[in-house]
Design a protein around this ligand. Structure first.
Ligand SMILES: Nc1nc2c(c(=O)[nH]1)N[C@H]1C(S)=C(S)[C@@H](COP(=O)(O)OP(=O)(O)OC[C@H]3O[C@@H](n4cnc5c(=O)[nH]c(N)nc54)[C@H](O)[C@@H]3O)O[C@H]1N2
Ligand SMILES: Nc1nc2c(c(=O)[nH]1)N[C@H]1C(S)=C(S)[C@@H](COP(=O)(O)OP(=O)(O)OC[C@H]3O[C@@H](n4cnc5c(=O)[nH]c(N)nc54)[C@H](O)[C@@H]3O)O[C@H]1N2
Ligand code: SF4
Ligand SMILES: [Mo]
Length: 715
């Protein structure tokens, strides 16, 4: 009756750049991946995957998937879609051509003419973002500074709290007042939401601070909608109002907070009325927030990555961090601040990224400035003659993508892209290398949303000629004659190599434990009793939370801390948190606003993971084609109706989508979500065609929420 071969089960870890880092189960039958589901045992995943990953098994067998190495033939851009034309080659040919070209480039220009480009397409320690660092640092290439995400709020976090993981997301069930600030949890941090709902069931109030009515804002008890990039003023106003209403926890402040008198003096200017003028949030709501947050203990803030995406984003983050500190929220279980738990993970980042192999004086190029680096706007000597791209899709995700495309079209640029698909970036490559997916290679995952390490077993062999990213480094190291031990280690050995097993937080477990259980919660204490900073104990120089800094200099704090010379850029930092106005808004740049009057924000798409899955028709069906949300008032002024095709533009570029006329956005603001491939949109453009490559102050963070545009109906 049932003569089907038995199903074998393997432990998986979602490889994506998502705070949830789900524990998965791969089911394999007859050598085929037949099902991928959430691990029921895992306290965060609880058996459910999100809309992006729930058909992950089918994603592995997508007919468009790259199966063989490819090499460009003919001139750049001669393909039907404006990309290159490719023919199949072997791995031996690909690796030897890369080696030959690189040796020529190194002889003529030096190794810094070669630049890697990677991001969090895969977060794994063995297959992901940093996996190429040992190889490229050994090669002596230009260093790729990676600040797409959280570098601003993380720099702010480390300056204020030091490297502590903050409130356990599981402790939120004990909170009585939960603020989700610049985060769209239901789309982007789904597995935190059940803890929030549980708290709500037990009587907690849930507040969302977001310029537009996101899915999460709609589900909240209270939605507060400041204008994009005005959070610093709102936070200072809340602190000032707490002072005015006598809601400061003076004992906590006296013992565990450094610099409160100075911050109090700065915040004094931010009266509720002044805050209303800047942010659009009603004065009475500022006072109400201050009162409710301070008196409904335990109160906690879950801060999202989007806080940092404007000129003063990280300064605003510092101001928000001060809120739970000054009213004593940290005293309680489920009180305080959740930013990125990753600061507690005992990962050996020096072994994983080998910053010690970077030769002194090696230059650093930031990934938000990729367009400038490639198109010659940035004066680089030697110029970039070769780029190696893996785990990232900059033509979709980086700002000012028209400049990147211009650079990628240079005939003298030798571009290699390791990928799963011919993305908007890969279509301009000279060589494309087919990469394995998560079910096909071993890996170890840390998390930026909870305290679990998650192990990913190899469940099946990669299809066709796909190879794990790790194998690519072994082949390239051999080609370049590097014989350091790390380039000879197996994936199992690398998983073990990158964890500090003797750290007390590892509780004495070993690789065998992971192979048996699939995941391990690092020992930070029980979520039901844990108050990490009820008595200060912040890992800062003073041991206190530092609202006032002394002689601080700007630095970059990616999750995988930069750890190279360029890390310190020497720019002095404002000693106090503050409000820095956005660069582009009708108030701050009226000249520009005459031509481009609307502020655009570009948050994450619900059904895509950055640009992943945005080429799959069933995911596009769920997500809808590229849309532009616009208020009825702004739409009427422009004669735009629901469903009309519209063009969004500014001096940097344009893209097209369909109008969604909705009260979910306030006048003056438009929303277009991120991830769409420009090649699949109505015109060859996406939201990053119009976004600026300007940095936000701290941490060289992006400014995706700080852009003016005009929207027009397309006839
Ligand atoms: N479905 C889905 N999930 C994802 C991702 C994805 O692409 N799709 N990407 C993953 C990644 S890489 C990340 S970094 C996280 C990010 O997750 P989030 O931090 O949630 O990031 P976003 O969705 O970009 O923005 C969150 C909310 O912040 C608002 N926002 C924008 N600018 C401002 C501002 O200036 N102030 C305030 N208060 N709010 C603002 C946006 O309107 C949006 O609703 O999500 C991860 N999860
Ligand atoms: N306008 C705007 N722009 C943004 C943002 C925004 O909110 N608004 N968000 C920013 C943020 S927070 C982030 S994190 C970045 C994300 O930027 P990216 O990390 O570049 O985003 P992804 O689309 O996930 O790109 C990952 C690519 O890696 C490939 N990939 C996945 N796994 C592997 C693998 O194992 N090996 C190899 N070789 N390739 C793999 C995928 O196929 C995909 O094409 O975007 C930033 N850009
Ligand atoms: S993308 Fe996030 S929510 Fe979805 S399966 Fe992966 S870790 Fe879980
Ligand atoms: Mo991100």
């Amino acid at each position: 009756m049932n003569d089907q071969p038995p199903r074998e089960k393997f432990f998986g870890a979602c490889p994506h750049d998502c705070p949830d880092t789900c524990a998965m189960i791969y089911e394999v039958q007859d050598g085929r991946l037949v099902e991928v589901r959430g691990n029921k045992e895992h306290p965060i995943t609880r058996g459910g995957l999100c809309v992006k990953l729930k058909d992950f098994a089918e994603h592995h067998v997508n007919p468009d998937r790259l199966m063989y190495p490819l090499r460009r033939v003919g001139p750049k851009g001669s393909g039907p879609n404006g990309g290159n034309v490719f023919k199949r080659i072997t791995w031996d040919e690909a690796i030897s051509e890369i080696g030959t070209r690189w040796r020529e480039i190194i002889a003529q220009y030096g190794a810094q003419a070669i630049m890697p480009q990677s991001y969090l397409g895969n977060m794994g320690l063995v297959q992901g973002i940093n996996s190429g660092d040992p190889f490229f640092n050994r090669l002596g290439s230009t260093v790729n500074e990676k600040t797409y995400c959280t570098s601003g709020s993380s720099t702010a976090w480390l300056m204020t709290h030091g490297p502590t993981g903050g409130v356990d997301p599981e402790s939120f069930v004990h909170s009585k007042y939960i603020v989700i600030w610049a985060c769209n949890s239901i789309s982007t941090n789904l597995h935190h939401w059940p803890f929030v709902l549980e708290a709500q069931k037990r009587g907690a109030k849930v507040v969302v601070v977001d310029p537009y009515k996101s899915r999460t804002a709609k589900a909240a008890d209270w939605h507060i909608a400041p204008k994009p990039g005005t959070d610093g003023a709102l936070a200072l106003g809340i602190i000032n109002s707490m002072v005015e209403q006598g809601l400061i926890d003076q004992d906590y402040v006296d013992n565990y907070v450094h610099g409160f008198p100075e911050l109090k003096a700065r915040a004094a200017e931010f009266t509720p009325e002044y805050v209303e003028e800047i942010t659009g949030v009603k004065a009475a709501d500022v006072s109400k927030f201050a009162r409710e947050f301070a008196t409904s203990q335990p109160s906690a803030i879950r801060i999202g990555v989007a806080i940092e995406r404007s000129a003063g984003g990280a300064q605003a983050a510092r101001a928000v961090y001060a809120i739970p500190a000054v009213c004593g929220s940290w005293r309680h279980v489920g009180g305080g601040m959740l930013q990125l738990p990753l600061w507690d993970f005992p990962v050996d980042w020096v072994k994983a990224a080998r910053p010690d192999w970077i030769k002194p004086g090696t230059r650093v190029v930031n990934n938000l400035r990729l367009g400038q680096a490639l198109n010659g706007e940035m004066k680089l000597d030697p110029p970039i003659k070769s780029m190696f791209v893996f785990c990232t899709n900059p033509v979709s995700q980086s700002p000012e993508t028209n400049k990147i495309v211009e650079g990628l079209m240079r005939e003298d640029l030798f571009t290699v892209v390791a990928e799963h698909f011919i993305t908007d970036t890969a279509k301009y490559a000279d060589i494309i290398l087919p990469s394995a997916m998560a079910g096909e290679a071993e890996d170890m995952m840390w998390s930026w949303g909870h305290f679990y390490f998650t192990y990913n077993e190899k469940a099946i062999d990669p299809p066709g000629e796909c190879k794990p990213t790790s194998e690519m480094w072994r082949l390239l190291a051999k080609e370049m004659g590097f014989d350091d031990p790390v380039f000879k280690m197996t994936d199992s050995e690398l998983c073990a190599e990158y964890i500090n097993w003797t750290d007390p937080k590892m509780g004495g477990v070993d690789m065998e434990y992971f192979k048996k259980h699939g995941y391990y919660k690092i020992d930070v204490g029980s979520a039901d009793t844990r108050t990490p900073h009820s008595e200060g104990k912040f890992p800062t120089p003073s041991g206190k939370i530092e609202l006032l800094l002394h002689d601080a200099k700007n630095f970059v704090a990616g999750p995988f801390r930069a750890m190279y010379e360029g890390e310190q850029d020497g720019t002095p930092v404002d000693p106090l948190p503050g409000y820095v106005p956005v660069r582009e808004s009708p108030e701050t740049n009226p000249e520009l606003a005459k031509r481009y009057p609307l502020n655009i924000i570009s948050p994450k798409s619900h059904a895509f993971l950055n640009s992943c899955y945005a080429n799959e028709p069933h995911k596009i069906k769920i997500q809808g084609e590229q849309f532009v949300m616009i208020s009825p008032a702004d739409a009427a002024k422009r004669n735009i109706r629901e469903g009309d095709p519209v063009r969004v533009q500014n001096e940097r570029g344009n893209f097209e989508g369909v109008a969604r006329v909705t009260d979910d956005v306030t006048p003056g603001i438009v929303v277009a979500t991120l991830g769409y491939w420009r090649s699949l949109n109505r015109s060859d453009g996406s939201v990053n065609s119009i976004s600026s490559d300007a940095w936000s102050g701290l941490g060289r963070a992006p400014t995706f929420s700080d852009n003016l545009v005009e929207v027009q109906r397309v006839n």
